[in-house]
Design a protein around this ligand. Structure first.
Ligand code: HEC
Length: 114
């Protein structure tokens, strides 16, 4: 009787452990790519969205982000953020940090598909 209980208890424990491994593995895999994306999205929301909601241009409607030639390459985008056409402000706080700049670029180009 006692032995039976402990055997099924072990089984439940093993099943529980296997489940936990899958949950943890699945979570860390999805949160990795999600984190990379949402980082760029966060930077965009904090710095750009006020004038560029949904990749549009609320100040100069004829100059949206979507379809912009400034996004053809990372270099062109970086150059533009370092010396944009006024009244758009400079973003050296982003271009001076590769990780931030890359996250923002990766997010901004996803707006193109919308
Ligand atoms: C204060 C408002 C403002 C903010 C904030 C702003 N922009 Fe702009 N942006 C503009 C204006 C105005 C233009 C059009 C400039 C012009 O006349 O060529 C522009 C143009 C652009 C263009 C080029 C469009 C084209 O093809 O001419 C890109 C790309 C762009 N912005 C990206 C960004 C990104 C990325 C951010 C955030 C890091 C940002 N902007 C923040 C106002 C803003």
């Amino acid at each position: 009787m006692l032995k039976q209980i402990s055997t099924s208890f072990k089984l439940i424990l093993i099943l529980f452990l296997i489940n936990t491994i899958f949950i943890v593995a699945g979570f860390s895999m999805s949160s990795n790519s999600e984190a990379a994306l949402s980082k760029g999205e966060k930077i965009f929301k904090a710095n750009c969205v006020g004038c560029h909601l949904n990749g549009q241009n609320l100040i100069r409607a004829d100059k949206p982000i979507i379809g912009s030639s400034k996004l053809q390459s990372k270099q062109a985008f970086k150059k533009f953020l370092e010396s944009p056409t006024k009244p758009m402000p400079k973003f050296e706080n982003i271009t001076s940090m590769d990780a931030r700049f890359n996250s923002l670029y990766n997010y901004v180009i996803t707006l193109m598909g919308k």
